[in-house]
Unconditional design. Structure first.
Length: 173
């Protein structure tokens, strides 16, 4: 069992008032897939979505890069409490975002805080002018996360809604 978190990857981590968004390490992805339980993870991390993402890193190595997926770490406790990511690379200037916070830490505003920080980071990247997200209409909590993070609904299908946030001046870098 690991007693302390591994050193962060060479690329920059993002820091908010209460959170650190740090890129996954390959060792952490392996630990998720192997059901290893490092001490720096919240008791209910990883959630099912984290396991799915960890399983996709091998076929999507860019997701482990600077603009890919990150672990969400509580600054006060140092515990991993979720994950968030950009499905890199962008397509025609748009990149999709996905996120999840473990049940024990929901309702604290972590998801909108992390989503806003990563969306701002993505919109500063060359060639990105829009960050989008798809949410099931049966998940009103996730819809509130996106609205609190500054996203706007632009399309609704049968069971899903499409949200997006764009660079304020709308230009492409």
């Amino acid at each position: 069992m690991t007693s302390s978190p591994p050193p962060p990857p060479a690329h920059a981590q993002l820091t908010t008032d209460r959170l650190i968004l740090r890129p996954w390490t390959p060792a952490e992805a392996t630990a998720v897939l192997d059901d290893d339980r490092p001490a720096h993870w919240a008791d209910d991390f990883p959630a099912e979505g984290d396991r799915v993402i960890a399983g996709l890193f091998e076929t999507n190595p860019a997701w482990l890069g600077e603009h890919g997926h990150r672990l969400i770490i509580e600054r006060d406790s140092g515990l991993v409490v979720g994950s968030i990511g950009l499905f890199w690379p962008p397509s025609q200037g748009t990149v999709e975002i996905g996120y999840g916070i473990v049940a024990s830490r929901r309702g604290r505003g972590y998801a909108p805080e992390a989503t806003q920080a990563l969306a701002d980071f993505a919109l500063a990247a060359p060639g990105v002018h829009t960050v989008s997200a798809t949410v099931e209409l049966s998940n009103p909590a996730s819809i509130r996360v996106l609205e609190k993070a500054g996203f706007h609904r632009w399309s609704t299908e049968e069971a899903t809604a499409q949200f997006r946030i764009t660079r304020p001046n709308g230009d492409e870098r």
